[in-house]
Design a protein. Structure first.
Length: 95
């Protein structure tokens, strides 16, 4: 692994640090970062990223982000509708 590889991996790790709620918006950035700096040297079972000669990994990561967002939104809407029909989402004026 070259010195520049260490710098890229460290930058990706910094982007992926999200231990506070306000940093939750970095999650898509982190997933796209994997598509950029992934290296089969670090994980032989994985694929190389864009910077290591595999331009197809970045769209795969972007598709993963889109699918996760759609599933998360759809699941949330489904759960909210079930709760609304069973006990309601609003507090009644009597309560």
């Amino acid at each position: 692994m070259q010195g520049s590889d260490h710098i890229l991996l460290d930058q990706a790790r910094v982007l992926c640090v999200h231990n506070r709620m306000e940093n939750i918006c970095l999650l898509p950035t982190c997933a796209l970062g994997v598509g950029l700096v992934a290296s089969s040297f670090v994980n032989p079972a994985g694929a190389d990223g864009l910077l290591y000669g595999n331009p197809l990994q970045l769209p795969v990561q972007a598709m993963g982000i889109a699918v996760a967002a759609v599933l998360g939104f759809g699941g949330t809407v489904t759960i909210m509708k079930i709760i609304d029909r069973t006990m309601g989402l609003k507090v009644k004026k009597e309560e």
